[in-house]
Design a protein around this ligand. Structure first.
Ligand code: ADQ
Length: 458
């Protein structure tokens, strides 16, 4: 059986099954695949070193080998904080107004990808399958090919692919996509991002694409397809049934004194539409004063990417906005928004989800959004809550029985909250059952198997 080599920016060391709840869904799924295939997970350790001299840290945890390297300060600034998070992330989320095109970012990105390629190439054996993840590593496949790696190599993009007319604002866009075409399989979260990519390949590069997603370009063939990612359903539902979840559920229900909880859970990021969400919620409070003190919005949003200035700004703006809404609407015994700047382990999140009548998940653009799927998985089948979901989240393609809204419209958010609060139990159950079947059947294991099957060329 061939080994699997997973390559991603960060590596999450596997934990024992009993501690799996502490790991991300992706980590859990990849760990299972790596364990089955005697695999190696390679990437950046997240640590900084004075001078990188090729040192590779190999460790074996619970049946999986991790191989990590440290990066120099300049590499972290230019590759990770720079090109990945200040150029590609905003551009791929359609925010060309925030995208920064600095020459040093681009060269740092290429340099670090060369370092990754140089360090991982000697670990690769002839039959290994190689699976590269996300926007940090777009050119890695080509750099491995340059080093003579002939294995099958796949790439999966966790975030959207932007429309051609936005993507062409990226200097050297053509060079970047040419490197992608060196992979055997290129995976996207949804058909929408896939179509944008294929449109670019045909219109800008003159490649040909057949109806099964096979691309032909300059004598090479590769396959591009949508593989929507799911959650680790079994692990998550098990966590949702556990004592931590029950305690979190009780804690939230007790402290909200019978009010209907509306929950938002996000990494603090401008793509998640939290500001627009707050404004939509305020519109609801203004339009429905008689209902106002029957609800409370719990927004959980731990800061992310603190070294990038835009993220400090959004944090400040949100704090100001939450303060303004609370100041304008609060009463002595009620505050409309509880804004919490910290992360919680997933079992606790599962309890909060179950205690919430509504999830308000309103990204302006999101590759998938697994929080939406986690909310569905955590509900009480007898009395499920209502998912209000942005139509611009990848998850909207699968969770079609959510209340789908335009996150830019405060009125639509406000009306969806009213509709969700008034929704009869039968309708809540009917909508939830359809969404639940999708979350259960198209879980992360399903996703991983589909991708690996395509990668094997089967
Ligand atoms: P993210 O942008 O990080 O991921 P998302 O898919 O919503 O977004 O969340 C990933 C995980 O982080 C979930 O398991 C969730 O529980 C956890 N998480 C998010 N906010 C949290 C919080 N406040 N506290 C604790 N945990 C939190 C990127 C892409 C997504 C894509 C994923 C996976 O941006 O579009 O769905 O990768 O491919």
């Amino acid at each position: 059986m061939s080994r699997l080599i997973v390559i991603s920016n960060r590596v999450s060391a596997p934990k024992a099954k009993s501690a799996a709840g502490a790991q991300g869904g992706l980590a859990v799924a990849l760990t299972a695949a790596l364990r089955e295939n005697r695999g190696i997970w390679f990437g950046w350790s997240g640590n900084e070193c004075e001078k990188f001299e090729g040192k590779l840290d190999m460790e074996r945890h619970d049946g999986v080998t991790t191989a990590t390297i440290d990066l120099e300060r300049q590499d972290i600034d230019e590759y990770y904080n720079g090109y990945a998070n200040r150029t590609l992330w905003p551009l791929f989320h359609y925010r060309i107004d925030l995208a920064e095109y600095e020459r040093t970012f681009g060269s740092g990105y290429e340099r670090v990808n060369e370092i990754f390629a140089e360090t991982v190439a000697p670990l690769i054996e002839p039959d290994d399958l190689i699976w590269v993840h996300d926007y940090h590593m777009l050119p890695l496949g080509k750099m491995l090919r340059d080093r003579g790696v002939k294995n099958r190599i796949g790439f999966f993009l966790h975030i959207p692919w932007p429309p051609t007319r936005l993507f062409v604002s990226l200097p050297y866009h053509e060079r970047l996509v040419r490197t992608l075409l060196e992979y055997d399989v290129i995976g996207f979260q949804t058909n929408e991002w896939l179509e944008s990519f294929l449109h670019y390949v045909e219109k800008e590069l003159g490649g040909t694409v057949d109806e099964d997603g096979w691309i032909e370009f300059e004598g090479r063939r590769c396959c591009a397809k949508a593989f929507p990612i799911g959650i680790d359903f079994d692990e998550f539902t098990e966590a949702a049934e556990g004592e931590t979840a029950a305690e979190a559920n009780r804690q939230l229900s007790r402290s909200t004194l019978g009010k209907k909880v509306i929950i938002g859970v996000d990494r603090l990021d401008y793509s998640k539409g939290v500001e627009e969400r707050f404004q939509g919620y305020e519109r609801f409070l203004e339009n429905n004063p008689e209902q106002a003190d029957h609800v409370v919005l719990l927004q959980i949003a731990p800061p992310s990417r603190g070294e990038v200035h835009t993220y400090q700004e959004i944090r400040e703006r949100l704090e100001t906005l939450a303060g303004h809404i609370n100041g304008a609407h609060a009463d002595v015994d009620w505050v409309p928004i509880r804004y919490v700047n910290q992360g919680y382990p997933r079992p606790a999140l599962a309890g909060f989800y179950r205690a919430s009548r509504i999830a308000l998940i309103t990204p302006l653009r999101d590759g998938m959004n697994l929080v939406a799927k986690e909310y569905v998985a955590a509900q009480d089948p007898e009395d499920p809550g209502v998912l209000i979901l942005s139509r611009f989240a990848g998850a909207a393609q699968q969770l079609t029985e959510a209340l789908l809204i335009n996150p830019y419209s405060t009125d639509e958010i406000s009306e969806a909250i009213s509709q969700a609060l008034a929704m009869p139990r039968e309708e809540r159950i009917r909508r939830w059952e359809a969404n639940y079947a999708n979350v259960r059947d198209e879980d992360v294991i399903w996703w991983r198997k589909n991708f690996v099957t395509a990668l094997k060329g089967e």
